[in-house]
Design a protein around this ligand. Structure first.
Ligand SMILES: C[S@@+](CC[C@H](N)C(=O)[O-])C[C@H]1O[C@@H](n2cnc3c(N)ncnc32)[C@H](O)[C@@H]1O
Length: 220
């Protein structure tokens, strides 16, 4: 899979691409990233990419032309083009699964007051990562890319993915590791019992209790 990220701040991706599971997925050639600087596609002086909003109002708006040229520089007939915006549909695990089956994602990061609305003629989907406003689309694009890459075959163990939150059963079960007692808080006895049937039953029950407490909406 290939993921192209269009941004005004390429330097923000250095840590993301050079650490942990994402780094290993790149090294194993399971995913390829291109970080494209939208500023390189400005035709104006000083590589200007934003201007004041028509109709007035605060802040600056990213101009559509450099973004469209940046899209054209990476687009193929296999590309699926996503604009990260708080006005988009909320990103979910089910979307991550759908994206993980695609060959090429193009993720567009807005900044300032966002991108000229005519960008909608050049994209496939508007996606939000939640009901809050961030300063730019860089973190949202990393959120989407991270959720997708870990689902690509060979990136992490299949069993880890199957047992996780947002499968058909709701949230994941609570997990514990050593030490068996920390400041008086004990690991549930059943997990140390070695009885796999009892452990599975405890996990199922605990996952259900957690889902009822924290995310009852998932059980509807
Ligand atoms: C300050 S925001 C623009 C907010 C816009 N004026 C609004 O109120 O919807 C700048 C950029 O950050 C990104 N962004 C901010 N919050 C986001 C979210 N919750 N999901 C996805 N992208 C987001 C988008 O790319 C957006 O164009």
């Amino acid at each position: 899979m290939r993921i192209s990220i269009l941004t005004l701040f390429p330097e923000m991706f250095t840590g993301f691409l050079s650490s942990s599971i994402i780094k290993r997925a790149i090294e194993k050639k399971l995913v390829q990233f291109d970080i494209v600087n939208i500023r390189d596609f400005s035709k104006l002086n000083n590589q200007q990419v934003d201007d004041t909003p028509y109709g007035g109002g605060p802040g600056m708006v990213m101009m559509v032309e450099p973004v469209v040229e940046a899209i054209r520089s990476v687009k193929t007939e296999k590309s699926h083009i996503i604009f990260l915006t708080p006005s988009g549909k909320t990103f979910k695990e089910s979307k991550a699964k759908e994206y993980a089956r695609r060959e090429h994602l193009i993720l567009i990061c807005g900044h300032y007051e966002g991108i000229d609305e005519r960008i909608l003629y050049y994209i496939d989907e508007e996606v939000s990562i939640g009901d809050y406003v961030l300063t730019g689309g860089e973190l949202p694009s990393m959120v989407v890319a991270d959720a997708v890459v870990r689902l690509i075959d060979g990136v992490i163990r299949k069993e880890s993915i199957e047992e996780e939150s947002f499968n058909e059963k709701g949230l994941d079960y609570p997990v514990f590791t050593k030490p068996p007692v920390f400041e008086g808080h004990e690991v549930p006895d059943v997990l140390i019992s070695g009885n796999h049937k009892l452990i599975a039953a405890w996990r199922e029950k605990s996952a259900l209790e957690k889902t009822e407490k924290n995310r009852p909406d998932l059980l509807k």
